[in-house]
Design a protein around this ligand. Sequence first.
Ligand code: OOG
Ligand code: NI
Length: 455
Amino acid sequence: MDTSYLTPDQLRTLFSSAMSDMYRSEVPQYQTLLDLVDEVNQRVLADNPTLKQTLEQRGELERLSLERHGAIRVGRADELAMLRRLFAVMGMFPVGYYDLSSAGVPVHSTAFRPVDEDALQKNPFRIFTSLLRLELIQDQALREQASHILQQRDIFTPALKQLIELAEQQGGLNAAQGQALVTEALETFRWHDTATVDAATYQALLEQHRLIADVVCFRGPHINHLTPRTLDIDAVQQRMPEYGITPKAVIEGPPRQQCPVLLRQTSFKALQEAVRFTDGSHGQHTARFGEIEQRGMALTLKGRDLYDQLLHSSLNQTAGVDLDNASHQQQLSQIFKAFPDQEDALREQQLAYFRYRLTDKGRAAIPLSNIPTLQQLIDDGLVLAEPIIYEDFLPVSAAGIFQSNLGDDDKALQAGQANQQAFEAALGTAVLDPFQRYADLEQESLQRTVEQLAP
Ligand code: OOG
Ligand code: NI
């Protein structure tokens, strides 16, 4: 018997590529999006030899076309808890709490993702995972009905649950078991074109909120999008129509900057797909789409506060106005003039996180008996500060992605309250604090660098 275990990174890579294959065949337009992203990425690389070289050195070139994240929505606490166990086997852990109810979307969420730098480097695949908040359904009878429907289903195959337990007991899975885990996991995330309810029930839930119908009326939490990385999100947004793809109205997140920060995202609008109800009637369901992302620097709490403040003043200025993307970006750029756009300034004002390392000159200077200030080390060219990439999500952007894919006619539910405690109780553990992760990374790199200089 094979007793050598696959690493969680290997399992995650098997999983993400199997999900990608499945989604491409389920949603052909997603393949079209991948083709467009690839064309734009190749053009950016051809125009930017320095960027190409940097990506090559970091080993990122061959991973460029791999998906960076996907998203699912579940309806029950125990479903979320089992997902936590499944994703842990693949080296993905819950980071961050996202309250979408403040934007009228009746879910709260976390991102299951690799945490260590090394694991992120190998494969950063994440799953943005939302839990429906049934308590936000006002109609009591409908709330109870939704809960009852959800109780009837089991989104995990018996074999999957056994393999998760086996992995936990053994501390890993061999190649055959790992392959089986991935195959079984796909059963959870695949699309079902038959609903578990009749057309009238579907309609009633849809009218409460489209998301509720999406979560409650199907046998499983179909993957609702996958998201590759683009090197030029503005170009992809602009060119989608050429490829017969309808983009959402605006790119979410910060405007284009010299020093990109956080996360910019856009998607194509969810497709209308044929579904069959238990009464034999046919209908259409809108849930699945494709998305792209471009990541920048991770911001400190102070930087994030400034980002949130500027974003909200932009949202307030344009409330009730339907801006196209070009006008939106222009307006956003205007407001973001207040956001420093130089690495030095971002570092000196402690707005972003950095990773420190010795330069060649720094290594040649070892041992240094008198260690000057960090700024001096940087000014003298002994130490290099590189931005740390943001690996998480943004609640306002996520709400924008949700909303644009639920149909424009959708009413927001009454805004609810964040309830991280209830989410963590369902999950069975606390979520990790993303800010703490970046702060630790920065601190560790600084300490390592200084120790190297003065051994
Ligand atoms: C998740 C939407 C959020 C993102 O990238 O911010 C998201 C969903 O629609 O289920 O994926
Ligand atoms: Ni997404």
